[in-house]
Design a protein around this ligand. Structure first.
Ligand code: GLC
Length: 588
């Protein structure tokens, strides 16, 4: 079966000694070979259940109905927690990593890091379970934040991107049911017609978030979703569909249950997402053109164009979908389109987004106004536009994928998700992956400081802040998306560290988190150059800060979990292209 072979496909880069043919050496300070991690064994099989709901409505539909508005109230997980926690959840509460049901340890002789369970772990599990959201008695997601002191706005919803670390935590703890329910629910929502004013969005768009409302009179649950039509700025989340595919693969890989990914509806859902992001247009680049605010950074922050955050997720989702998509019903044709796109995308990113000392020096010496195929400075970047900070920031050892590349515009900012995800998806070559990790070490104060991890670096301030953010009072310098520090990113950093065989870096970051996060009430983000202050408008009890910590801890304790969220380099993707591959031009 395809899905079975896809498991082996993803591990084909290893030789029989567990040494990666690309030269990834995972041997670490404790002698453990991290390259074996991708041999993750499937965990427990959940029961299979698919449920359609007629009570699912769109936000706009609901909000325009005064009757519904007045009678519906948000379902608090605590209202139904008692009767609904599954036996496995109960067994894991307070003993989160004990030996929860259905979590075999993988085939490896995994080393036990002598972790004394940190008191934060059981607090975190309790808080994570309190954040569960139920739809008709079944857990379908986790609420974004449970801060009783702040106005909830949309933080009382289940965000697709926010659920990813929650989902991974549950998978790692042998509780896949909630992830399965979540994946199914998001799929149902994808099928809705989505409109903003008179305009209809593409069929495959996945929601940014959804909410379950309880009608106490009729004792029924209703779901509403936001595809961008209610979000501040009215931007559709490009990342949601990609995260959904990535979580689907994590679920399949972790449980060994292929029935969900193979099902007709899920295959269709994947095809819809792929058709959206692989559609032909006016593009001259293989990267995906995006509006500002279409991902985790969901406000105007100058990431429009070809943001690294989306390109890395796009690459990862394409690779995950390639493994799960069956050839029937147009799947074969999509396989070919994915393969071509992956080749072009990896070439483009590795060539044009990559920056290290050498490349910075090249750009600094660029000639401009070059015409024709012989151009070295293809995008006509004017060297004077290189910001001063990047010359100081760039170490002799290390490098990163810059924020954005488009005509005459290189955004030199460093972004966390894009760079960590480039490592996990193998968009970065092994050399680039280790250079990204070198940068973490060389620029620890700037990127990690007192609280991991900066979402972007450096900050925008003064005139630039005014122009780029539109004077956003939430994104003032070193705050929120504008150089703020987000504890949720710890899980991605930890996964990248394990993959590159440098777990000691993750341990250092986790130690910092353990000094403050729980005491501070699990804030959403921290402010300041070093991330020393609880964010100005940060929510407390932010679920993904909690789940991110748990995932980081569990991965470090049992590195075989990494296989859920990491892909090996695909040898076939080594581009044979050169910079002038389009030469000679067609002649008439
Ligand atoms: C903020 C973040 C966004 C997150 C949401 C819910 O809007 O910018 O990334 O998904 O909060 O936590």
């Amino acid at each position: 079966m395809l899905s079975v072979s896809s498991l082996s496909l993803e591990t084909h880069g290893n030789d029989s000694h567990g040494k990666n043919a690309d030269g990834y050496r995972g041997s670490t300070d404790n002698g453990f070979d991290f390259t074996k991690l991708l041999e993750l064994k499937p965990r427990a099989h959940p029961t299979i259940e698919t449920q359609r709901s007629l009570d699912e409505r769109s936000f706009s539909e609901l909000l325009s109905s005064p009757r519904l508005r007045s009678t519906l109230e948000t379902v608090k997980s605590s209202d139904c927690l008692d009767g609904l926690v599954t036996p496995s959840s109960r067994s894991a509460t307070n003993t989160p990593r004990g030996t929860p049901r259905g979590t075999p340890r993988g085939s490896l002789n995994t080393p036990r890091h002598s972790f004394e369970p940190h008191p934060m772990i059981s607090d975190a599990w309790d808080a994570l379970r309190r954040s569960l959201v139920y739809f008709r008695g079944k857990p379908v997601g986790t609420i974004a934040a449970m801060d009783p002191t702040e106005e909830s706005l949309n933080y009382n919803q289940v965000f697709v991107r926010d659920f990813v670390p929650s989902g991974l935590a549950f998978l790692m703890n042998g509780e896949p049911e909630i992830v399965r329910n979540f994946l199914n629910k998001a799929l149902r929502l994808q099928a809705w017609e989505k409109r903003i004013d008179c305009f209809t969005l593409g069929e495959g768009v996945m929601p940014a978030s959804f909410k379950v409302l309880h009608d106490p009179v009729r004792n029924s649950d209703t779901m509403i979703a936001d595809f961008g039509e209610s979000a501040i700025g009215r931007v559709a989340p490009v990342d949601s569909g990609f995260w959904w595919i990535i979580l689907l693969r994590a679920y399949t890989k972790s449980t060994g249950d292929h029935s969900l990914a193979d099902s007709h509806d899920v295959q269709r859902g994947m095809r819809l997402i792929l058709n959206l992001c692989l559609a032909d247009g006016f593009d001259t680049f293989p990267t995906l053109l995006c509006a500002d605010g279409c991902a985790m950074i969901d406000r105007r922050m100058g990431i429009y164009g070809y943001p690294i955050e989306i390109q890395a997720l796009f690459f990862m989702a394409l690779r995950c979908a390639r493994h799960m998509l069956k050839p029937e019903n147009g799947g074969k044709e999509l396989h070919e389109r994915i393969d071509k796109r992956l080749t072009a995308l990896s070439f483009h990113m590795r060539e044009y987004f990559w920056l290290d000392h050498n490349q910075l020096n090249n750009i600094y010496r660029f000639k401009t106004e070059e015409y024709s195929h012989t151009a070295v400075n293809k995008f006509n970047v004017i060297p004077e536009s290189i910001p001063d900070w990047v010359f100081d920031f760039m170490p002799m050892k290390g490098g990163y994928f810059i924020g954005n590349v488009s005509p005459a515009r290189l955004d030199f900012r460093w972004f966390a998700i894009g760079n960590c995800c480039a490592i996990l998806s193998a968009l970065a070559t092994p050399e680039q992956s280790s250079a990204i990790m070198d940068l973490f070490e060389e620029r620890w104060q700037e990127l990690v400081g007192d609280m991991p991890l900066k979402v972007s670096y450096p900050t925008l301030e003064g005139h630039e802040w005014r122009i780029v953010t539109g004077c956003d009072p939430k994104n003032t310098r070193w705050s929120y998306h504008n150089g703020g520090s987000w504890p949720v990113l710890l899980w991605m950093l930890t996964a990248a560290c394990i993959k590159t065989g440098r777990p000691q870096i993750a341990r250092r970051a986790i130690e910092l988190v353990e000094q403050r996060l729980s005491k501070d009430g699990w804030p959403e983000y921290y402010d300041g150059k070093l991330g020393r202050y609880i964010g100005k408008q940060a929510r407390k009890y932010q679920t993904w800060s909690i789940a991110g910590y748990l995932v980081a801890k569990m991965m470090l304790e049992d590195p075989s979990h990494l296989g859920m969220i990491s892909l090996e380099e695909d040898k076939k993707m080594k581009p044979s292209l050169t910079r002038s591959a389009s030469w000679p031009p067609h002649r008439f």
